[in-house]
Design a protein around this ligand. Sequence first.
Ligand SMILES: Cc1ncc(COP(=O)(O)O)c(C=O)c1O
Length: 402
Amino acid sequence: MTQMTLAFHIGVPSKQPVAIPTYCQPAAAAVARRFHRGLAGYQPTPLYDLPGLAKLAGVSRVLVKDEAERFQLNAFKVLGASYAVARLLALRLGVEASNLNLEKLAAAAQAQQKRLTFVTATDGNHGRAVAWAAQQLGQQAVIYLPQGAAQSRIEAIAGHGAEAVVIDANYDAAVRFAAEQTEQNGWLLVQDTAWDGYEAIPAWIMQGYTTLAQEAWEQMQMLAVQPTHVFLQAGVGSLAASQLGFWQTLSDLDSPPVFVVMEPSNAACFYLSAQRGNSQAYAVTGELQTIMAGLSCGEPNPLAWPLLRDYATAFVSCPDYVAAYGMRILGNPWLGGPRVTAGESGAVGAGLVALLAEPRYAAWRQQLRLDENSVVLLINTEGATDPENYHNVVWRGHHPLP
Ligand SMILES: Cc1ncc(COP(=O)(O)O)c(C=O)c1O
């Protein structure tokens, strides 16, 4: 079933929520952060204050963590991929996992004459990140992309020396294909979603993502604010669950924030799972057509679903116009805020926060307890990773508000 109107589902708070896994908690975030600090060119990405959007939305602050600037790779994904590839290589080389360092690992691999092939399936961003990490370590990568993958994303992957292969199927089928190819060829799969028996690597990826939350928390402390609302976009849900896990267990907060999970209408597997009210996640199949390519995933990560199910306040099924609206808002600052170049998957939160200011959504706003005291945290998870679509949306006005 597809939903092409903006649709909300308010979650039922669980009386017995699952425990937050340690790999999403602040102590694990500190370990991931130490690893990332050791990467050449590491810098925290900026946390921007958007006074114009806050005024429009009728909230105290809207802060956006701009992952477009992450290691000049245009997306947050490298936080997970670099950490997981390093952990996996360390395991293969018999190198101690504490104090992992990319340069030392590369040297150890060379000394042992190890040349391994890292594999993944991707909409583009995660594959580029795996390709980058493999290249940094002197290793190889094979990256599978679903049908319709943007040429710019394919080229970005090949630009890191990886083999980029487009298959004639959707993202979820590409994941299965990558797993089969890995099995047949004795490669190493670095997938950002889990299944029975394949959990350790996606958990490392989620741990890697917590660096983003830890940085945001430090930056918020400098501004003397705490997040009351965290808007999280979800594909397979690894990013959303990792951030939720961090903020939910951060003991420094006065109270945990309200979490809002956002997905494209055509790939709203968490929204539909929550709506059905089963404890099991529900998968969406088909082409999953959306401009939010990074969120075009029909099968929830089973590590992510229980956390989102038990702790998120709302699940939102967003038509493409929500993301397009967000891209235009972020690209055109108002009241002196910075200009943020946001790709489709990165911008959906800004679009949603702006739409929630409209009187017809007043009831949802109230259920979210969104008001003039709210401090909203958004994550711009990618820059203009598909420049042609970026121009179509921001300059030519494609996907207008209905
Ligand atoms: C730009 C961007 N944002 C968000 C996501 C969602 O992350 P996840 O699949 O972990 O939910 C992705 C995933 O590829 C992405 O590329």
